[in-house]
Design a protein. Structure first.
Length: 600
């Protein structure tokens, strides 16, 4: 009898050991398959939750595209209330708190055992699956997160990622948006009552919603204040909280609709919509860069009120072709069409890139002489924007001053077929266009195509399609896709790229793109203005390898007044880059090899 019992116990112990070993191996593989770069993107980059209910049936939820809070943006009122209520030993545990786990088990689940770090992981990576494996994976990620980040960083990331309920059916993500939506202020302006209301929501946003469940929210806020030691007089606190509770939202939750649409489009194109399940799309977009390009573009457009420059688009990519910022248009409510990715417009003089690359590749140099005289060209005879024709001038001057006649003469010497082939090779045109339409930019292109073409010159000669999806996570944080932009090439050799970069630098230092200069890094680029000022472009890059394209135009069938590529677009390029120069330097230094952490 005893022998049989011993065998049963031995079998049970072996079974438990094997179970734990298998579970441990699964947890290890999930937690450590994410490289640091993907993990940091999950915690701080725009993220979109996707539910594939059936093959090719996709429900997309609003993107958490808000800027990550800085540590100094978390007010003491929120900091103290959060720590006291959600994780009193936050500064003493390594991401997992054994004492809280024991207390949670002892309470039969009435008390939570998760730390703030684990809650961050659940929100950003694993999801809320009610399984033991999810808790184990969550704990594993939490330990790893705390090795990468300081405690204050974990706190600000949590407060940037967590949901503060819904308003009009749209999630309110992060403390910054919650303070704005519910109270109409920045986080730094939250008083102790408002802070207690928001922290109180975190136990259950639907149960303690300050607008829809006012009494429950008030009672919960009193508990939070008691935990934080900020409660003074029950009656007075209740009255103050009742006054602080919002009766309606002050503003609508923040959304980035163009970003959401592009993420969903790319998700479908990657073939993931065929497999049912929950997914987290991690975007390459830098929320600081996104904020800057939107802010700067709007501010610059307002300086030209009578110009008819009513539309704008922008696209900024890193060395690998991952999108850092994308402005699809000024007003999604007026037009959902993403100009940056899909708008086909005349390339104007930005297309001269193809002519000069073809010339340099075929032995021409910046010092060679070209003819800026109509009498020396055949067929179509364009005019120069300044009405002047300078005769024999250096090739470099023809390019930096964006002169049309000498560019056409050069294209005729090189061969129109070679110019057309180069335009297609670098992706400036999707198909082979007649050389005559390419030379001066009558052929149409998109901002995405132009940025990819200039990016090839800026970096390693490869043409990379701008891509916003960095990675896709499946259940429990498993990698469903580690993405990389489509790349062709190298399409241009290194000596030709070097000589082309020198010409593009002259455009900024001593040519039509002077307004694109900024302090902190070297700028390179090309201006472009189409006939009757229907398109104004500046496409360029920095010495850190960040390529940015700016397009400005009027409403359909209208023209702009006094707006050219060297003006408004070049100024937007300059202001955007000068605000991002330190951050972009980190991108340039890392080169964004696989696994390289992103700037935080």
């Amino acid at each position: 009898m005893r022998s049989a019992i011993r065998k049963i116990f031995r079998f049970l112990w072996i079974s438990v050991a094997l179970f734990l070993l298998v579970q441990g191996a699964i947890v290890w593989s999930i937690v450590h398959k994410l490289d640091d770069r993907t993990l940091e993107a999950a915690l701080s980059r725009p993220m979109m939750l996707i539910h594939v209910t059936a093959p090719d049936q996709v429900d997309g939820f609003p993107c958490n595209c808000n800027r990550t809070l800085r540590a100094d943006e978390v007010p003491a009122t929120v900091h103290d209330a959060l720590i006291a209520t959600e994780d009193s030993r936050f500064y003493y545990h390594p991401g997992v708190d054994p004492i809280s786990i024991v207390a949670a088990v002892a309470s039969g689940g009435a008390r939570g055992g998760s730390t703030i770090t684990q809650q961050l992981v659940k929100t950003a990576i694993t999801g809320d699956y009610p399984t033991l494996l999810r808790k184990l994976v969550e704990a594993g990620f939490a330990l790893r997160v705390e090795r990468l980040y300081t405690k204050d960083d974990v706190l600000r990331l949590y407060l940037s990622r967590v949901s503060f309920g819904t308003v009009d059916g749209i999630q309110v993500y992060g403390l910054r948006d919650a303070a704005r939506v519910y109270f109409g202020k920045e986080p730094s302006g939250l008083n102790r009552y408002e802070a207690a209301i928001l922290v109180g929501m975190l136990k259950g946003t639907s149960y303690y919603h300050p607008i829809r469940k006012r009494q429950a929210a008030l009672d919960r806020a009193l508990v939070v204040m008691g935990n934080a030691g900020t409660a003074k007089d029950d009656a007075a606190d209740r009255a103050a909280l009742a006054r602080a509770l919002p009766r309606q939202a002050v503003a609508s939750p923040e959304r980035s609709r163009f970003v959401e649409d592009e993420l969903l489009t790319e998700f479908r194109a990657l073939g993931l919509a065929r497999t049912p399940g929950w997914y987290r799309i991690l975007s390459s977009i830098d929320p600081i860069a996104q904020y800057q390009v939107e802010r700067v573009t709007e501010a610059e457009l307002r300086t030209e009120p009578g110009s008819n420059a009513n539309r704008a688009a922008a696209l900024s990519v890193d060395r690998e072709g991952f999108v850092l910022a994308m402005l699809g248009g000024r007003n999604y409510a007026r037009s959902t069409f993403n100009i940056a990715m899909n708008g086909e417009r005349q390339a104007a003089s930005t297309a001269k890139l193809a002519t000069y690359l073809a010339a340099l590749e075929n032995g021409w140099s910046a010092e060679d002489t070209v003819w800026d005289a109509k009498s020396h060209i055949q067929g179509f005879r364009p005019r120069n924007a300044d009405g002047r024709y300078l005769g024999q001038i250096p090739l470099a001057r023809c390019f930096r001053e964006s002169r049309n006649v000498c560019t056409v003469w050069l294209a005729e010497q090189v061969g129109m077929d070679k110019v057309a082939e180069m335009a297609q090779r670098i992706g400036l045109t999707a198909a082979r266009e007649p050389g005559q339409s390419v030379v001066l930019g009558a052929a149409e292109t998109t901002l995405a195509q132009s940025v990819a073409a200039f990016g090839a010159v800026a970096n390693d000669g490869r043409v990379r399609r701008p891509t916003t999806v960095l990675a896709v996570l499946g259940a429990l944080g498993r990698i469903a896709l580690q993405n990389s932009p489509d790349a062709r090439g190298p399409v241009v050799d290194a000596p030709t790229r070097d000589r082309m970069r020198a010409l593009l630098r002259l455009v900024v230092t001593d040519g039509t793109g002077a307004n694109a200069q900024f302090i902190g890094a070297d700028a390179y680029g090309k201006t472009g203005t189409s006939q009757r000022n229907r398109d104004a472009w500046f496409i360029g890059f920095t010495s850190d390898g960040i390529t940015t394209g700016i397009w400005v135009g009027p409403e359909d069938n209208q023209v702009m007044h006094g707006v050219g590529g060297g003006g408004l677009p070049a100024r937007i390029f300059s202001r955007y880059n000068i605000n991002m120069v330190e951050r972009f330097r980190a991108y340039g230094a890392s080169g964004h090899e696989a696994g390289t952490p992103l700037p935080r």
